[in-house]
Design a protein around this ligand. Structure first.
Ligand code: NAG
Ligand code: NAG
Ligand code: NAG
Ligand code: NAG
Ligand code: NAG
Ligand code: NAG
Ligand code: NAG
Length: 475
């Protein structure tokens, strides 16, 4: 072991000597940078990766011929300055954080830092929780454009108000950390922000109305927190917005009508909240919409009130478990780009249009867990292509047309029409209307009729069983 180290270090020595010679001859090979900034960089990195890491030994020229993975530099007025620092296991030779890491103040000496990213760094929330310092961020306000803390469960406490002073920030990403408290309202000052992603933390309270001032914002993702209250009207001012994800919070009230103003939105995800008051009509005005996900909300209302044909670019429509009532409008069958249609676990009624099969790119349609009725009139080819990605089960009054001869591809969990337990249920309303209740003779005749169907069903089942048996035997 000792020997190995000696050999390695002597090799390094020779190597260094060689290199030194190189630029003694050349004279200008070392990237000039201020000594104190270089020291600050070493200390900052050491704070993350541990004291074993000796920068001046390993990387004597960090902006020049000994580049550090995760560190970038730029030349300003003849001097090199550190502009990017990213720590965390992103590449094979990335700088990884030590288990008991702290946030050292040395990063604040890197006055030209444009981008700071800490990934998978603070990982021991129980043993050594770390808070983001509130002080010092002003020192980076002139330079910092991107700040990212991702997958740091040990990073706890509140989002510092002082982030609101980072006036050049274009991207603030705080994903899957242990942050709590409320969203600072003064983040609304960051008028250059294009991306604001604060998801997978334990942030509570309301979404500040001031966020509506972020006129450059393209992506707003506050998903998977504990936000509550109403969506502020201010968000209707985010006219550049492409993606809005507020899913998995406890937001309430109506789905905001102002969303209709945001004409460039391609994604709206408000799933897993407590939005109520029906589907907001203005959704039909977001013509650029590609993904609309509103599932798992007690929204209520019906699908018929929306002109779905306006949303011609829609690829994903997930409206599962929203207490929706009424029928499925034919206009949904006009959305030719549709790939995923989820209308399951609602209270939808009426028949299922076979036109759904004409959606050219559809790969999943879930209609299960509703109160849809009648006969499914899709082709066997369609059932074969979709398999269980065509979900129609748990609609007690739904059946499929019995295909003659071979019925290899049948919809999962559906009985053939005229067969099975539900036969009698299905006929009981008939009993009321058609036969009335004048005399028992009629009732009796109806019973015989229904009995006959049951017998037919039985015979069909036996046939099916024989068929399965024969097939199994051949195989
Ligand atoms: C790094 O190593 C050099 C000698 O190789 C030593 O002088 C210096 O103090 C060390 N720096 C740190 C921060 O340990
Ligand atoms: C981290 O732990 C090591 C040993 O477990 C210790 O030597 C070192 O001082 C600790 N560093 C910090 C910053 O707590
Ligand atoms: C919406 O997108 C179009 C095309 O990408 C762009 O020209 C327009 O400026 C955007 N609108 C807003 C308000 O950002
Ligand atoms: C359906 O939505 C309700 C809230 O409206 C929620 O409590 C429930 O967990 C959801 N069901 C599923 C299966 O997600
Ligand atoms: C269907 O998908 C293919 C391949 O992704 C694509 O080229 C085509 O434009 C899509 N069709 C429609 C109508 O969206
Ligand atoms: C389904 O609809 C029928 C009337 O069409 C109604 O009697 C029944 O209660 C409904 N079932 C469910 C589960 O909502
Ligand atoms: C139908 O719904 C019941 C409860 O509502 C559930 O237990 C069952 O798994 C569902 N069936 C299928 C095939 O999903």
């Amino acid at each position: 072991m000792m020997k190995k180290v000696t050999i390695l270090s002597s090799f390094l020595l020779v190597f260094c000597f060689f290199c030194l010679q190189c630029y003694c001859e050349d004279g200008s090979m070392e990237a000039p940078m201020e000594k104190w900034e270089q020291e600050a960089l070493y200390f900052a990195i050491q704070g993350f990766v541990g004291n074993w890491w000796n920068g001046s030994d390993l990387y004597p020229d960090p902006c020049g011929w000994t580049p550090i993975q995760g560190v970038s530099c730029d030349l300003f007025n003849g001097l090199w300055h550190v502009t990017e620092l990213s720590i965390g296991p992103m590449h094979d030779n990335s700088l990884d954080c030590a288990p008991n890491v702290t946030l050292t103040p040395h990063i604040f000496s890197l006055k030209h830092l444009k981008s700071l990213s800490l990934f998978n760094c603070f990982t021991t929330p129980l043993h050594q929780p770390v808070k983001i310092k509130t002080e010092m961020w002003e020192t980076l306000s002139g330079s910092l454009e991107s700040l990212e803390f991702r997958s740091n469960p040990g990073l706890v406490g509140e989002i510092p108000e002082t982030f609101g002073h980072l006036r050049n920030l274009q991207s603030l990403v705080l994903v899957e950390n242990g942050l709590s408290g409320q969203l600072p309202t003064n983040l609304g000052n960051l008028v250059n922000l294009k991306r604001l992603v604060i998801s997978g933390n334990r942030i509570s309270g309301e979404v500040p109305n001031e966020f509506g001032l972020l006129k450059s914002l393209l992506i707003l993702d506050l998903s998977r927190n504990a936000l509550d209250g109403y969506v502020p009207l201010g968000l209707g001012g985010l006219s550049s917005l492409l993606k809005l994800d507020l899913s998995s919070n406890q937001l309430e009230g109506q789905i905001p009508e102002k969303l209709g103003n945001l004409k460039n939105l391609t994604l709206v995800d408000l799933s897993n909240n407590i939005f109520s008051g029906g589907l907001t009509k203005s959704l039909q005005e977001i013509n650029s919409l590609e993904e609309l996900v509103l599932s798992n909300n007690p929204t209520g209302g019906d699908l018929m009130s929306i002109k779905w044909q306006n949303l011609i670019g829609l690829k994903v429509l997930d409206l599962a478990n929203m207490s929706l009532t009424g029928g499925i409008p034919d206009s949904i069958c006009e959305l030719k780009k549709m790939r995923f249609l989820g209308l399951n676990d609602n209270k939808l009624t009426g028949e299922i249009s076979p036109k759904l099969a004409s959606l050219p790119n559809v790969s999943a349609i879930y209609l299960n867990g509703n109160n849809l009725t009648g006969e499914l009139k899709f082709s066997e080819v369609f059932y074969g292509k979709m398999g269980r990605r065509f979900g129609a089960w748990n609609n007690s009054n739904l059946c499929y047309q019995i295909m003659l001869k071979s019925a290899i591809n049948i919809p999962f969990g559906i009985r053939p029409c005229g067969v099975g337990d539900a036969t009698i249920d299905e006929l009981s309303p008939l009993q009321e209307s058609n036969f009335g209740s004048e005399n028992w003779m009629n009732k009796k005749s109806h019973s015989t009729a229904s009995l006959r169907i049951v017998t037919y069903g039985f015979r069909f089942m036996t046939l099916l069983e024989i068929l399965i048996f024969v097939v199994a035997f051949i195989l």
